[in-house]
Design a protein around this ligand. Structure first.
Ligand SMILES: Nc1nc2c(ncn2[C@@H]2O[C@H](COP(=O)(O)OP(=O)(O)OP(=O)(O)O)[C@@H](O)[C@H]2O)c(=O)[nH]1
Ligand SMILES: [Mg+2]
Length: 432
C-alpha cells in the first residue's frame, strides 16, 4: 500500500489535539510531542502544533466549526501538506475537515499504521500490517476521500464514483480474506518452530516504545538488533539465547506499546504478540528519564491485559539511568518500585543484578535432578539430553549417573518413561 506520509519530499504537517475535562493542558502538550515524534519517525516534519480547549471532540468536525476555519487558515499560511490529529477521527469527521481545510487529513491510527507498514520486514509483519491497514481503510473508503486523495496523492489513488467505491470495497474484502489465510499459514509454521523451544525458559521484553528493549537485548546477548531513537524500531519478535550463570533463557524482543495503539493493529499482530503471551516471564522495561513513568506503565499493563498476559511474573527494569542526574528522582522511583532493577543498557550498568533476577525467576520453573539410570533405558537418557541442561554425567558399567536442570513442566513425561521402563528399580530421583 502507498504510504500516507511522503518521505521523499519530507511531508510538512500540522498537528492538532484537544485538552479539557479529561486531559490537562500539560498532558495534551506531552501527547502532541509524542505525535511529533511519530511524525518524525514516519519521515515528516512538523510545522505547527495546535491545541484546542474543548472537553469533548465535536462529533462532526472534531475541533468545532469556528476552530476549523482557523485551522484552514493556518494550514494555508504554512503551505502544509497534511493535518494530523492526535486522536482517531470518524470517517465523517475526516471528510468534513478535509472539505473545510482542503488538506490531506491523517489521524493517529492512520499514522501509526503508516509507520508500521514502512518498518515491516518479514513476511509475517508485512501481512499483519497490510491486513490492519485494509481493515482501517474499509469504512473510510468514501467518495470524497478517494476523490481528494487522488488530487493530493497518498492513500487510495483510485478514481471517484460510487461504482468505483463498490469495486474497491469488494477488492479490499477479497484481499483481506487472502491475507487472513496467509497469516493462518504463517501461524502454523510458527507453532511448529516453537515446539523445539518448549524445554527452555522463555522471557519476553515488553514496554513502551523507545524505552530501550532492543538495546537491552543486545547488551545481554551480545547481538546486534536494530535499536534507534525512533518509535517502533522493532516490529517483529527477535529471539536470542541469553546464557546466565547457571541456565539459559530464551529472550524475545518485540514491538513496543504506545497509548491508543490502533485496535486493528493489536488484532492483526496477535501472532507476534504471542511471544509475550507464551513467555514464562516478562521483563518490563521502563525509561527512568521519562516524566511519565506511571502513565506509560499503565499503558503497557493495559495492553498486556488486552492480550491476556497480565498475570505473568514480571521483572521491572528502569533503563537509561545514565540520563538521570537528579538523585532524588531515582530515590523516588526506588521507593515506589522497590523490586525494580535500575540499569543502563547503553553504558552496561546494573546488568548483573538483572541477570540474577531473571535467573532466580527462571529457576522457579526448573528442578535440579540427580539420577542413576540403567543404560538399557536409553529412551530416558536421550530424553534428558534433549530436554534438559546436563550439568554432570558419568557412565558406569550398567548405569549412568546424571545431574541435570529440567523444566518442571516436562518432568511428568520423564517420570512416565522411567515408570514404563523394564528395569528402573535402582533409579533414584532427588531434588538437590
Ligand atoms: N542514554 C541512554 N540511551 C539509551 C539507553 N538504552 C537505550 N537508549 C537509546 O534509546 C533509544 C531507543 O532504544 P531501543 O533499544 O531502540 O528501544 P526499544 O524499546 O527497542 O524501541 P522500539 O523497538 O522502537 O519500541 C535509542 O536511541 C537507544 O540508543 C540507555 O541506557 N541510556
Ligand atoms: Mg526495539
Amino acid at each position: 500500500m502507498k504510504s500516507l506520509i511522503d518521505k521523499a519530499n519530507t511531508e510538512k504537517v500540522i498537528l492538532v489535539g484537544i485538552y479539557g475535562a479529561d486531559t490537562h493542558r500539560l498532558k495534551a502538550e506531552e501527547y502532541i510531542d509524542e505525535l511529533e515524534m511519530l511524525v518524525m519517525t514516519a519521515g515528516g516534519v512538523t510545522l505547527d502544533k495546535i491545541l484546542q480547549n474543548r472537553d469533548k471532540p465535536d462529533p462532526s468536525t472534531y475541533i468545532g466549526k469556528g476552530k476549523l476555519s482557523e485551522l484552514a487558515g493556518v494550514a494555508k499560511a504554512h503551505n502544509a501538506d497534511s493535518i494530523i490529529f492526535d486522536d482517531d477521527l470518524s470517517p465523517t469527521q475526516a471528510r468534513n475537515i478535509e472539505k473545510a481545510t482542503k488538506s490531506k487529513i491523517i489521524d493517529r491510527s492512520g499514522l501509526i499504521l503508516d509507520i508500521f507498514a514502512s518498518r515491516a520486514q518479514t513476511a509475517a509483519a508485512k501481512t499483519q500490517v497490510e491486513l490492519a491497514q485494509l481493515e482501517y481503510l474499509l469504512p473510510r473508503l468514501t467518495r470524497y476521500w478517494t476523490h481528494l486523495s487522488r488530487q493530493k496523492g497518498g492513500i487510495g489513488t483510485k478514481g471517484p464514483g460510487e461504482t468505483q467505491i463498490e469495486t474497491d470495497r469488494r477488492l479490499i474484502g477479497k484481499r483481506i480474506a487472502v491475507l487472513k489465510e496467509k497469516l493462518e499459514k504463517l501461524d502454523r509454521q510458527r507453532i511448529t518452530q516453537r515446539k523445539g523451544r518448549q524445554d527452555t525458559v522463555r522471557a519476553a521484553l515488553v514496554g513502551y516504545t523507545n524505552v530501550g528493549k532492543s538495546s537491552l537485548l543486545n547488551r545481554l546477548t551480545q547481538t546486534n538488533v536494530l535499536a534507534e531513537n525512533k518509535l517502533f524500531a522493532t516490529l517483529d519478535s527477535t529471539i536470542r539465547k541469553f546464557e546466565t550463570q547457571n541456565t539459559t533463557v530464551l529472550l524475545s524482543d518485540t514491538v513496543g506499546f504506545i497509548r491508543k495503539l490502533p485496535h486493528h493493529l493489536v488484532n492483526s499482530f496477535k501472532s507476534t504478540l504471542d511471544e509475550i503471551r507464551e513467555a514464562d516471564m516478562l521483563i518490563h522495561v521502563m525509561d527512568a528519564s521519562s516524566e511519565s513513568v506511571a502513565e506509560y506503565k499503565a499503558v503497557v499493563d493495559d495492553t498486556l491485559k488486552g492480550i491476556e498476559a497480565e498475570d505473568k511474573p514480571q521483572v521491572l527494569v528502569f533503563n537509561k539511568i545514565d540520563l538521570v542526574d537528579d538523585a532524588d528522582k531515582i530515590a523516588g522511583l526506588k521507593r515506589e518500585y522497590p523490586e525494580a532493577v535500575f540499569l543502563s543498557a547503553q553504558r552496561g550498568i546494573g546488568l548483573s543484578e538483572l541477570e540474577n533476577k531473571i535467573e532466580a525467576l527462571a529457576m522457579r520453573d526448573y528442578k535440579k535432578m540427580d539420577m542413576i539410570i540403567p543404560l538399557t533405558n536409553f529412551k530416558a537418557v536421550s530424553f534428558i539430553h534433549d530436554n534438559s541442561e546436563v550439568i554432570f554425567k558419568k557412565y558406569h558399567e550398567e548405569v549412568v549417573e546424571i545431574v541435570f536442570l529440567i523444566k518442571k513442566s516436562v518432568i511428568p513425561r520423564l517420570e512416565n518413561m522411567l515408570k514404563t521402563s523394564d528395569i528402573n528399580s535402582n533409579t533414584i530421583a532427588a531434588e538437590s
